[in-house]
Design a binder for this molecule. Structure first.
Ligand code: 8YV
Length: 335
């Protein structure tokens, strides 16, 4: 019988009960099923003595936290984006980090496409009008928006989710697809997606519907600001399902107010859950609370993947030592 003490793990946010049960089979577990809001100091206090942390996109795993929790060996997030985790600092300290790619690609692409369509066809704006009792008669141009089918779709950031959105546009809606990315895709992949690589300025100038799907980093901070918005067509829409901070929200609100672009669909915001007050006042923006990956099966798959990573990273289960989606697997070899 194995009498070694179980590793200790903290689950920072509320998560599916079946995921808690799975983790409890391998770890001495502390969790937060009440989804209490913890300050950074409280998170640090609760991580004392913990070997692992199950986190989401909302906890900051920074140098101060890592220095205060020297026993931490694994941080596993149920998000694909990990800009809230200082990966370099974790690697320096031998802390394994994993994210949750792939399982959310199609769900997030569905939502990106839906948000782009709602923006182009003014769905929420017209619903508010109807609910307010203002629909008294039909009008020839009432809530007339932009077409999606046959239009030019621009994708900034052509990773897994960007490609899934491009596929929807090209194959489902007969769109011409342009993209810009740090690196160009293989020509065979471009041909399959029907996507053409262009420089960023061309993408901004030629897109009817521009969708942002790039990761956040200091390099992508305000990748869309006043200068970029000025290059876009006055009839164009902008959709952001990537991260807050990629768009300069103040500059966007100004461009929307002055109708320098037609409309925007935003699922992510600078400093969320706060939303720039100017955006809240505008009719030509569709706003959603960071839910692009939020289908129930996908959120469960994301959480299960984070749990599987944590179990394997802390030497438990059938895949001990082989976390499926580690970002710095080298730290395990160095232990
Ligand atoms: C998550 C996300 O909902 O995966 C990501 O990067 O932005 C979202 O899918 C959120 O971050 C989960 O913590």
């Amino acid at each position: 019988m194995n009498t070694a003490p179980k590793p200790r793990v903290l689950v920072a946010r509320q998560v599916f009960d079946e995921v808690i049960e799975k983790l409890a089979g391998h770890f001495e577990l502390q969790y937060n099923q009440a989804d209490a809001v913890w300050t950074q100091d409280e998170l640090i206090a609760r991580l004392q003595g913990m070997d692992g942390a199950f986190v989401t996109g909302t906890e900051a795993i920074d140098r101060r936290l890592l220095d205060a929790c020297p026993q931490l060996r694994a941080v596993c997030t149920m998000a694909v984006g990990y800009n809230n985790i200082d990966l370099a600092a974790c690697t320096e300290r031998g802390v394994l980090v994993s994210n949750a790619p792939d399982v959310l690609t199609e769900t997030t692409a569905d939502f990106g496409f839906a948000l782009m369509m709602a923006t182009a066809r003014r769905i929420t704006e017209s619903e508010h009008f109807l609910r307010a009792g203002r629909w008294t008669r039909w009008g020839h141009d009432m809530f007339a928006g932009a077409d999606v089918h046959g239009a030019t779709l621009g994708v900034l950031g052509m990773g897994r989710i960007g490609q899934a959105i491009a596929r929807r546009g090209a194959l489902g809606f007969g769109m011409s697809v342009l993209y810009h990315n740090r690196s160009r895709l293989d020509p065979a992949v471009e041909a399959k997606l029907g996507a053409r690589y262009v420089d960023k300025a061309t993408l901004l100038r030629e897109s009817d519907h521009l969708v942002l799907v790039l990761p956040y980093s200091p390099a992508s901070h305000h990748a869309i600001g006043a200068a970029e918005l000025a290059l876009m067509k006055p009839t164009a829409t902008l959709t952001n399902v990537a991260r807050g901070g990629i768009v300069d929200d103040a500059a966007l609100a100004e461009a929307l107010r002055e109708r320098r672009i037609a409309a925007a669909g935003l699922d992510v915001f600078e400093g969320e859950p706060a939303v720039h007050p100017a955006l809240l006042q505008l009719p030509n923006v569709v706003l959603t609370p960071h839910i692009a990956s939020a289908s129930l099966p996908t959120r469960l798959a994301m959480a299960q993947l984070a749990a599987d990573n944590l179990i394997a990273a802390l030497g438990q289960g059938p895949h001990a030592g082989r976390p499926p989606t580690a970002l710095n697997l080298q730290v395990l070899g160095a232990r």
